[in-house]
Design a protein around this ligand. Structure first.
Ligand SMILES: NC(=O)c1ccc[n+]([C@@H]2O[C@H](COP(=O)([O-])OP(=O)(O)OC[C@H]3O[C@@H](n4cnc5c(N)ncnc54)[C@H](OP(=O)(O)O)[C@@H]3O)[C@@H](O)[C@H]2O)c1
Length: 251
């Protein structure tokens, strides 16, 4: 991965942080996106420490805001004449319905619209850097989900985990169509399910959920194991020409 520029969203914690550390350890030039300046600085230091002091570029953006996503893309384009790998990893589940300042339901905005918009804004730079790869962290939560096209902002149909599944189904459909549109460009688009991973995920939904996630830690994977398929999709020659697929455990 020497001389490869990699941008990872949601790299302040969990799977994204583990992926950033592993990519930097492989010699990639890692840039991370976080929404808190302080957390982003701390994560950059942790990634740098994992790679004997490599410089880690940091970008601060609240991915729930489309203006912030646009500002992020402009900054990335200004700082990175090449972009070899884009990892759309940031995501969350929200037990109760909240709106972003754009008036969009929060889970949909962060998990689906943000990667959609960021990828769209960066895709020409990825094409110019080809061969390049786009990887999106999906989930297994899409199973049984259906996108409510008649109620896209979930005004009538909001259920925390159900909504999360809709956004993760959207990640997979987005990857599939993106791959089709990128055919012949030298840019691949794939997504993956990291498995059940002990991270900060679902720690924002009250004490009961927090206790539940602590109990699940007993059977959950480490963030490093959760990031394994991401790392493989970002680096391996095995998948250099594979596009439009959904992976679990490298399959
Ligand atoms: N953990 C699992 O079992 C599991 C299973 C399937 C899929 N996933 C997916 O894996 C991905 C990574 O999650 P994780 O498990 O590593 O959870 P995590 O530890 O909570 O990490 C989520 C990351 O997303 C960032 N993020 C959330 N909202 C954001 C916003 N509005 N703007 C910018 N960044 C934002 C978080 O930033 P802060 O640090 O500021 O909160 C954090 O860096 C997510 O897409 C999740 O849906 C996780």
């Amino acid at each position: 991965m020497q001389s490869k520029n990699v941008l990872v969203t949601g790299a302040t914690n969990g799977i994204g942080l583990a992926a950033g550390q592993a990519l930097a350890a492989l010699g990639a030039s890692v840039a991370i996106v976080g929404r808190s300046a302080n957390k982003t600085r701390v994560a950059a230091a942790q990634i740098s420490a994992a790679s004997k002091g490599a410089t880690v570029a940091t970008f601060v953006a609240d991915l729930s805001s489309q203006a912030s996503v646009r500002a992020l893309a402009a900054e990335v384009l200004a700082c990175h004449p090449r972009l070899d790998v884009l990892v759309n990893n940031a995501g969350a589940m929200h037990g109760t319905r909240k709106l972003t300042k754009d008036g969009i339901e929060l889970t949909w905005a962060v998990n689906h619209l943000a990667p959609f918009l960021l990828t769209t804004l960066l895709v020409d730079r990825l094409k110019a850097s080809a061969p390049a790869r786009i990887i999106t962290t999906a989930s297994g939560a899409h199973q049984g989900a259906r996108i409510p096209f008649e109620d896209l902002n979930a005004e009538r149909s909001y259920r925390g985990f159900g909504r999360y599944g809709e956004t993760k189904l959207a990640n997979i459909l987005f990857t599939s169509e993106l791959a089709r549109r990128l055919e012949g460009s030298g840019v691949t688009a794939n997504c993956y399910h990291p498995g059940l991973v002990a991270t900060g995920f679902n720690r924002n939904n009250g004490l009961l959920m927090d206790l539940g996630m602590t109990a699940l830690k007993l059977v959950a994977r480490s963030p490093q194991t959760g990031a394994d398929t991401l790392l493989w999709l970002a680096t391996s020659p095995d998948v250099a020409d594979v596009s439009g697929k959904y992976f679990l455990d490298r399959e």
